[in-house]
Design a protein around this ligand. Sequence first.
Ligand code: PXG
Length: 306
Amino acid sequence: MREGIVYVDGKWSTPEHAKISVFDHGLLYGDGVFEGIRFYNGRVFKLDRHIDRMFESARLIGLTPSVTKEEFRDIILETCRRSGLTDGYLRPVFTRGEGDLGLDPRKAKRSSTVVICSTISLYGDKHRTGLTAIVAQVRRPPRVCLNPNVKSLNYLNNILAKSEANARGADEALMLDLEGNVAEMSADNLFVVKGRTVYTPQTSNCLVGITRETILELCEGRYPVRTEMFKLDFALQAEEVFLTGTGGEVAPVISVEGHPIGNGKPGPVTVELQQRYFDLVRSTGTPIPSGNGGSVSTKAAASSPA
Ligand code: PXG
């Protein structure tokens, strides 16, 4: 049985009982947006930043959520509270909603709001020992095809890259853009370290990752940072490579296409930033309310079964 609880349009259910229509355009066309948020020690990390990014994703595809930002924030916190978990993972989703067949988004009259609260485990002990990566054949679509800042329900491009990694026995896939610049990993941003300078690609061809932003903040005053495009060669010659993401957190990449990075072991800058990241996520964030009352004020929350 899966841990956690799921909110769908005004109602909370166990993960087994949560349902959405097969006519939802989120399922039929991947028409919708999502976020991935973690909570640690009873606090949700960068909750408002994730909510802002989700509403921005929705805006970029012309999707009007069925809830306001304030209602959504309350629903997320209430979902965490009801889960009883102190550490876990939130997967809020706005789908285009239920509608007749045909991809015209006007067929769906009202967006559906889903919040899954559960747990996620991606790399296990490899946070400490490091991950291996391949370079995916499949490229990131250029911005004119799909703005990388839309965190959409259409993740096939990323899934194909991850499948390449699986087929070749690697942990992760590094993805290039059409010009051959390093873009990101299948579901994480990428950093390289050279001579204590920390580099990460600009966000013109990758997601504006919230973990990426956090790492850039943690570098301030400690390491020089350069956000600029670079090619694969530059990454292969780096002393350290690491990835960042809400799910993947901060994890060392110790080889790419069989080439060891640096000495093939997690490097000191990665290890220090990773430690600072874990210290930060465990000590900051929006507290999950305990007990009833208090912060829950939405109609949706009020009309649900306890
Ligand atoms: N690039 C892509 C394509 C992503 O999907 C990131 C970068 C990192 O962004 P954040 O804001 O999380 O630092 C992501 C995020 C999952 C999962 O279920 C995927 C992500 C986040 C959380 C869970 O595999 N991807």
